[in-house]
Design a protein around this ligand. Structure first.
Ligand code: GLN
Length: 537
């Protein structure tokens, strides 16, 4: 019998940033906890082929999957909630859709037909949505459509979903629309009109939503729910309240209370499954809400004006804090503001310092200053990707005495290129999708801080970089006390650098933050926070 995958489509109306990603991830979590296999996909209406070429100020962090896709940060939420890896297929952009349609046209695959948005672009979109069901055989595929309904650029997606619903037939898909119910303080009222208008836009596009999730700052009463149900043609149980909460991790519990999972299962004609098993989730929330201590950790980066630029790091620290039963006050510090005269003021009261990933020379010297401070004062330090590279440069300059040491990314002509372009990167001109991306193996040295954290000799971590530690300098580093404690067994690339004599000083070429989830807080972050707590004593 063919596998009958069911599809859930999630759109947003009224305004952006209502939390479609979190609602999708929460629903997935609940369905998963009832025993269903679920995945979540994000359709992004922009023309970039992937967000890899976007400045973090545009859409926040670029999230990287195991198989090396550079994706929207919502995929990070999906993985953190359902603790399962996503893949290339989980993020689709308009750029990718057009690229593949145009490639097919060039190959003559359309047999002389005029290539058009309908049916060619929409067919390509539908194919990408169905692929997760047919190839990976999930019970439920949740597809989140980026942007806000009514946007010109999301029209082909809305049309594709309209067609798919028709093709799939009743009970095989559910359409969830997320809107905002604003509270007008002057009149003391919650307003439903924006929701009505937003549903009208969907109706104009041929879609009747099945479930409405209403984002609100105040509780919705029965009368308001009935009114929305009546005006938007949905049953009352399909009007779901999504009230503001302190942490996104409470949203699955709210959705459980609102029976979003049961409503969706009923509409998909699926059995309710097991009683949701949310024990570990609840334990996490309990620890998160009842910390025994508070600790201040600094995140040094150059995109700090936009908190989403370091989303996965911030979430990893939240997971690690909860795991250590402590609240981490994560202070972001702009690396361009860190110089000799500001060191004490900016970093003086921190119990741990993270130096963030990044590209280009802006802010690098400030990061190097922060590393020096952490190294000299014995403050627990975690350097991630560029952060690790800065740690290497700092050590070369201030311990090995190679005063002009640098990365060739910053100064091409440096006499001491302690960080240099990877061999495999030489000759690459295209920027998009050409970095060392995705999961690679790393062998961890016994007795190191990394080994203490991971408790295993081999790990897989995700990468996104072009430059690497220059092995020509390795001897010099190791003799002076900075040791490669993680290396790629196939290429010899250095993956982890540590200062053995320091209480906790770990630089990683990879991005551990992409693999931390609620039920599996990342061991490096957990031990880093633990070290910061010890430093605090
Ligand atoms: N710019 C550095 C490189 O490409 C570091 C990248 C990063 O921090 N993700 O190697």
């Amino acid at each position: 019998m063919p596998h009958n995958t069911k599809y859930v489509f999630v759109t947003g109306g009224v305004t952006s940033s209502l939390g479609k990603g979190i609602i999708s991830a929460s629903l997935a979590k609940l369905l998963q906890s009832r025993g269903y296999s679920v995945t979540i996909q994000k359709l992004d209406p922009y023309i970039n082929v992937d967000p890899g070429t976007l400045n973090p100020y545009e859409h926040g962090e670029c999230y990287v999957t195991e198989d090396g896709a550079e994706t929207d940060l919502d995929l990070g939420h999906y993985e953190r909630f359902i603790n399962l890896p996503t893949t290339q297929a989980n993020n689709v952009t308009t750029g990718r859709i057009y690229q593949s349609v145009i490639n097919k046209e060039r190959k003559g695959e359309y047999l002389g037909k005029t290539v058009q948005v309908i049916p060619h672009i929409t067919d390509e979109i539908k194919g990408r949505i169905k692929l997760l069901g047919t190839k990976h055989k999930y019970d439920v595929v949740i597809t989140e459509i980026g942007g806000t309904v009514g946007d010109i650029e999301s029209l082909p997606y809305i049309e594709s979903v309209r067609q798919l619903r028709w093709e799939l037939g009743p009970t095989n898909s559910v359409f969830i629309h997320l809107t905002l119910v604003p509270y007008l303080a002057a009149s003391g009222e919650l307003k439903t009109k924006p929701t009505q208008h937003s549903v009208k836009v969907l109706l104009e596009n041929g879609i009747q939503p099945d479930v409405l999730v209403l984002r609100t700052e105040k509780t919705l009463n029965e009368e308001l729910r009935r009114k929305v149900a009546l005006f938007c043609n949905v049953d009352s149980e399909s009007v779901v309240e999504s009230i503001d909460v302190k942490t996104i991790y409470e949203v699955p519990l709210l959705m459980l209370k609102e029976k979003l999972d049961l409503t969706v299962l009923k509409k998909l004609n699926l059995p309710v499954g097991n009683e949701p098993d949310l024990d570990s989730w609840n334990q996490f929330i309990a620890k998160l809400k009842n910390p025994k201590k508070t600790i201040k950790i600094g995140l040094v980066g150059k995109y700090v004006e936009l908190p989403d630029a370091y989303k996965s790091i911030v979430e990893s620290i939240i997971h690690a804090g909860a795991s250590n039963e402590c609240k981490v006050d994560l202070i972001t510090i702009h690396s361009e503001t860190i110089c000799d005269s500001t060191l004490e003021e900016k970093l003086g009261d921190l119990k741990g310092i993270i130096v963030a990933p990044g590209f280009g020379h802006r802010g690098v010297e400030g990061k190097i200053n922060a590393v020096k401070y952490a190294r000299e004062k014995g403050i627990p330090f975690l350097g991630i990707c560029l952060g690790m590279q800065c740690a290497v440069i700092e050590f070369a300059r201030n311990v090995l005495g190679l005063s002009d040491a640098n990365s060739t990314e910053m100064v091409r002509s440096t006499q001491n290129p302690v960080i240099d372009l990877m061999e495999s990167q030489k000759g690459i001109i295209d920027k998009g999708g050409t970095m060392r991306l995705g999961a690679y193996l790393c062998v961890v040295k016994k007795g190191s801080k990394a080994a203490q954290a991971y408790h295993k000799p081999e790990i897989q971590e995700r990468h996104r970089h072009r430059y690497e530690f220059n092995n020509a300098f390795l001897d010099q580093f190791e003799k002076a006390g900075m040791v490669a404690t993680g290396t790629n067994p196939e290429t010899g690339l250095v993956e982890i650098m540590e200062i053995a004599k320091h209480p906790w000083f770990v630089g990683v070429q990879f991005h551990p933050e992409y693999k931390s989830s609620v039920v599996n807080p990342h061991p490096l972050f957990v031990n880093f926070v633990k070290a910061a707590l010890d430093f605090n004593k």
